[in-house]
Every structure is written in structure tokens, then in C-alpha cells.
Design a protein around this ligand. Structure first.
Ligand code: HC1
Ligand code: SF4
Length: 575
């Protein structure tokens, strides 16, 4: 251990700790616009300057390691003046459209300008002029708002392992972007949105065109507007209204959507239950035939795109079942239209998702059903929160209301899809019972819950089956490489692109916190636990026991993987 003094307080920390981390241990939060613990330790923004006794100049505390007996001052007139100067310099090359910026009131640069009482700009002059890239269905880049913190670069490189961004140009003209400043659509970006979660300003955000489409659809008397809510929304939307992380707001979300005027409010977890039926049947079929194993789950569009970009040879191993979002969309324009006696062309199906890649998925040509888009518009959790606010509704004070029939009741299995290991767990509950005739024990399926990587071995009918769950595309790459080298063998693998699963998705509420990504991962655990609690509160925990799913198969689909199911729900990826 090393002992030092920070602002007159003694502190003992491990060797190799930086001043910034040591200060945090005693409750001193040195400002930074670039630091992300273990991920982005670059000293790029220089806002974290401090004075070290006996050392010349000021030191960037996020990269400066402590030494025995060191005396640090984190808030002296010299330090404050230097930090102010750095913030002013950053502002001098910033577009200054704060009032209309997507990050307004959730921007770390704006917060620091306020904290440091910056009232005017001494440095005015030339500004960088770089066009916005808004060509992708999922992500928008506004490079003039880039403050060169490098967080997006390192998260994409180290956590996602896609390496989309780097610094373009030199000196004053620099900004973070794909090589040659290509549009995001011309890169192997997976649209996971993890870079959005760490961007300290409004330089990266989701494509917002769907919000307008939703308002227009709601106002159109010729449209029958229905909405499906993703599993994780119920565990995260409350945060947009000041509720604690992990608040479960299922009934309040329904109440808000009904007040907004949606003709029907349905649960995407119903779609997830259908996916369990189809994917479970597909797995049992592959297991019997010994074909295309391991089977990979395919409900995460970020992972599907990652596989298309980097693991082409594994595409035949992906489950052919579309995601719950798309399965639900397909049912809305066929089964529901038929049941409700509505022309499917008049149905406008909206989904609300914690994910920006879902916007891309909904627009994929593979997702068309009977010549129609299955899902017409996709709102992120953030966009949904905003729409609810625009309608003057305060979510936390709304009563709890119930989803509509016939696609509003889901089993607990459908609900846990949004949590770490949830898709695997939901599938195993049904597959195990179908193969053995017995219920799987909670102790068995709970062991697969994870925010990064977990394995499970179970003997089923005398055969040892191996399962793996992996969250985060960097972790996925590691596992896939091991599978390809023959170092590990599995029968079924769940991959979700975001750390913690959908609860950590790129469309979830963003914290204006100085270490955003870690905050988000932590939040992910609380949110995931809320979904597991929601499962516990349900009477039915398996998709095949959901009476509404039984009715759907009895009256409309026949069996899982029937001809109709295949036509509506199954696809292949060939890119
Ligand atoms: Fe997910 Fe899914 S769980 S992918 O994380 O399979 O986005 O919440 O909606 O489609 O159900 C996301 C969440 C979501 C789908 C389901
Ligand atoms: Fe990288 Fe994901 Fe951002 Fe694309 S969306 S640039 S893959 S972090």
C-alpha cells in the first residue's frame, strides 16, 4: 500500500493507483470528460488537472500514478483557473446549439461549464465544420460536437471489438469518426449503441425519425396504432422520471401508453414466449438430427450484424427464428388483424426497445411479412420517455393498468429475455420439460444468469448438454474464437451484444455521470434483477404454459415450426 495526502487528508491506496482514483476513494470527485475506468485512461481532455507538491506544472490526475508521501491539491486557484481555461477552449470549438442539442441537460461538457461558472468565451475564432452523418437507421454522428475524449474509440475497440472509430484529420481539425470519415452505414458497425452511452456530449445519438412517425400515426384516424413494450422497458423507463434504478413500472408504462391514445397496448414478452416455442423446437430438432450445433440465439440484432460482419461461417448456426420484436410484428399484421377484423394495411405497429439496433432490424428486408413491414416504427426507452413527457404525463404518479388481449399476457420466461442469461433460461425451462417431461429446477436455470459469461452442463436423457451465455460483443468474440478452434463445445449459446443484456442497451436512459459506462453496467445489474423479480411475481414461468400462447398455437399456428410459423417467424442470414 502507498500512503499519500490529498487536500490535507491521508489516504492509503494500492500501488499503481492514479491520483484520480485515490481521490475518489475519499469522496473527492475530480472532474473528467474522458476517463472510463480500465477502458479509457488516456489523459485526453486534461480537465482533471491537479497540483502535486514539488512537481513542475499541473498533472492529469487520471493517468498520474501516486507515490509514497505525495501531497496533492485538487482545488487551488491555479487548478480551477486551468480547468476553466480548458473547458472554455473546448467550448470555443463547439457548435453552441445547447438548447436544441439532444444532450441538452444531459451533457457532461454543459454540466462542467455550469459547475465552473463559465459566463462568456474569451477564445473565439475559427470552428471545425464537419457534416453530420445521419444516413444509418440507428445512429447519428455530429462530429462538430466531438471533444476528442476518445471514449467511443476505446469502448468500440476494447469492449465491442469492432474498432469502428479513430481520430480523423490532424491538430485543430481532428475528430473521432470511422476511417476516412465514412458514413456509419459503410462500416461494420453493429449498431449496438455502446458508444452513445459513453459520449459525454451530443456527438453520438440514436436516429430520431421514428418519434415523429409515432405522433403522426397517433393522429391519423385511418390507422389502428398498436404498441409492444420490450421486456427491459418495464425495468428502466422509471429512471427517465427520477425513479430509482431497478424500479419496476410495468403497469405505469401501460397506463401512459393508453393515455397517449394507442389503440392497443401489447407486451413484446408475448412475442418472446413465441420465440421460446419456436427456438426451443428448432433446438430439439437440431439436437436430434445432430445438425448445425451449437445453435446460437438470434434475437439480438447487434449480435446478428456482428456475426454477419465477422463470423460469416457461423451464420448457418444462428437460430432461424426472428426476434420477439419481429415475431410480434408479424403476428400483429396477421393473427391480430384477423382476430380483430382489421385490414392489416391499416395497422401501424410500433415497438419500444432499449436498443438502437432494433431500428435497423425493423427495416431489414428479411423482416417483411406479406409485403408489409412487420414493425413500422421503433422507439428507444429514451424516446418513449420523452414522448410521455411531451404528453404531460408523470409516469411515477400514474396508476397500474393491464396490457390488452390477445397479445398482452406473457409468462415469466418472456419477461426475463431482457436480463443477463434470460433468453437461455427461458428457452431451457421449456426445452428441458419437453425433453424430460419434468420441470427444470430453479437452481439449475438460475446458475446461467450472468452479466458477461457463464456456462452450464446438464444431463438430459443420458446425454450431457453444454450451454453458454455471453454478453458483450468482445466477450462473444473471445468465445466464438474458442469454439472455432475447437477448444470448447456447446449445444446452445446465447449471445447478446450489450453488457448485462438488453437492460444495458444503447437506447436505455443515459446518466450524466463522470464514469458513464461503469454506471451503466452497474445499473444493468439492478435492472436485470428487477426483471427476475417480475418473473417471480408471475403465476406462469414457462412459455408453453401461457394459455394465450396455447390459444395462438391451437387456433392459428398449429405446431411450432409449422408451415405458417416458418413463413411468419423464420428467416436466414446470408450476408
Ligand atoms: Fe431485448 Fe428482445 S430481450 S432483444 O434484449 O429478444 O432490444 O428488452 O425486446 O426483440 O423480447 C431488446 C429487451 C427485446 C427482442 C425481447
Ligand atoms: Fe462501435 Fe457499437 Fe458504436 Fe457501432 S454502435 S461504433 S459497433 S460501439
Amino acid at each position: 500500500m502507498v500512503s499519500l495526502e490529498i487536500d490535507g487528508h491521508r489516504v492509503e491506496v494500492e500501488e499503481g493507483t492514479t491520483i484520480l482514483e485515490a481521490a475518489r476513494k475519499i469522496g473527492i470527485d475530480i472532474p473528467t470528460l474522458c476517463y472510463l475506468k480500465d477502458i479509457n485512461v488516456e489523459g485526453a481532455c486534461r480537465v482533471c488537472l491537479v497540483e502535486v507538491e514539488g512537481e513542475p506544472g499541473l498533472k492529469a490526475s487520471c493517468i498520474y500514478e501516486i507515490k509514497e508521501g505525495m501531497k496533492v491539491k485538487t482545488a487551488t486557484p491555479r487548478v480551477i483557473k486551468a480547468r476553466k481555461q480548458i473547458i472554455e477552449l473546448l467550448l470555443s470549438d463547439h457548435p453552441f446549439d445547447c438548447l436544441t442539442c439532444i444532450a441538452n441537460q444531459n451533457c457532461e461538457l454543459q454540466s462542467l461549464a455550469k459547475e465552473y461558472d463559465i459566463r462568456g468565451l474569451q477564445y473565439r475564432g475559427e470552428r471545425r465544420r464537419i457534416p453530420i452523418d445521419d444516413l444509418s437507421p440507428s445512429i447519428v454522428r455530429e462530429p462538430e460536437k466531438c471533444i476528442l475524449c476518445r471514449r467511443c474509440i476505446t469502448v468500440c475497440k476494447k469492449v465491442v471489438t469492432a474498432g469502428i472509430y479513430d481520430i480523423n484529420e490532424r491538430g485543430f481539425h481532428s475528430f473521432a469518426a470511422p476511417a476516412m470519415n465514412d458514413s456509419q452505414i459503410d462500416t461494420p458497425c453493429t449498431y449496438c449503441g455502446q458508444c452513445i452511452l459513453v459520449c459525454p456530449t451530443g456527438a453520438l445519438h440514436e436516429q430520431r425519425q421514428d418519434t415523429e412517425m409515432v405522433w403522426e400515426a397517433l393522429a391519423d384516424p385511418d390507422k389502428h396504432v398498436i404498441i409492444q413494450t420490450a421486456p427491459s422497458i418495464r425495468a428502466t423507463l422509471g429512471e427517465m422520471f427520477g425513479m430509482p434504478i431497478g424500479s419496476l413500472v410495468t403497469g405505469k408504462v401501460v397506463a401512459a401508453l393508453k393515455r397517449l391514445g394507442f389503440d392497443k397496448v401489447f407486451d413484446d414478452c408475448f412475442g418472446a414466449d413465441v420465440v421460446v416455442m419456436e427456438e426451443g423446437a428448432e433446438f430439439i430438432h437440431r439436437l436430434k438430427e445432430g445438425q448445425r450445433l451449437p445453435q446460437f440465439t438470434s434475437c439480438c440484432p447487434g449480435w446478428v450484424k456482428f456475426a454477419e460482419n465477422y463470423y460469416h461461417e457461423l451464420l448457418p448456426h444462428l437460430s432461424t427464428v426472428r426476434s420477439p420484436q419481429q415475431v410480434f410484428g408479424a403476428l400483429s399484421k396477421t393473427y391480430y388483424a384477423e382476430q380483430a377484423g382489421i385490414d392489416p394495411e391499416k395497422i401501424f405497429c410500433i415497438s419500444t426497445m432499449p436498443c438502437i439496433a432494433k431500428k435497423f432490424e425493423a427495416r431489414r428486408p428479411e423482416m417483411v411479412v406479406n409485403g408489409m413491414r412487420a414493425v413500422d416504427a421503433v422507439l428507444t426507452t429514451r424516446e418513449l420517455g420523452q414522448i410521455i413527457k411531451q404528453a404531460g404525463l408523470d409516469l411515477k404518479n400514474l396508476p397500474d393498468e393491464e396490457y390488452d388481449e390477445p397479445m398482452g399476457y406473457a409468462s415469466g420466461a418472456g419477461v426475463i429475455f431482457g436480463a443477463g442469461g434470460g433468453v437461455m433460461e427461458a428457452t431451457l425451462r421449456t426445452v428441458y420439460e419437453k425433453l424430460t417431461g419434468e420441470k427444470m429446477k430453479p437452481i439449475q436455470y438460475k446458475s446461467i444468469r450472468s452479466d458477461s459469461y457463464r456456462e452450464l452442463e446438464i444431463e438430459i436423457n443420458g446425454e450431457l448438454l453444454r450451454f453458454a451465455v455471453v454478453r458483450g460483443l468482445g466477450n462473444a468474440r473471445h468465445l466464438l474464437d474458442r469454439i472455432l478452434k475447437g477448444e470448447v463445445e456447446y449445444h446452445l449459446v446465447e449471445i447478446m451484444a450489450c453488457p448485462g443484456g438488453c437492460v444495458g442497451g444503447g437506447g436505455q436512459p443515459i446518466y450524466s455521470h463522470k464514469d458513464r459506462w461503469y454506471m451503466q453496467v452497474d445499473a444493468g445489474n439492478h435492472r436485470g434483477n428487477a426483471l427476475f423479480k417480475a418473473d417471480e411475481a408471475k403465476e406462469i414461468h414457462t412459455a408453453h404454459e401461457n394459455p394465450w400462447i396455447q390459444k395462438l398455437y391451437r387456433e392459428y399456428l398449429g405446431e411450432p415450426m409449422s408451415e405458417r410459423s416458418r413463413q411468419l417467424f423464420h428467416t436466414t442470414y446470408t450476408k
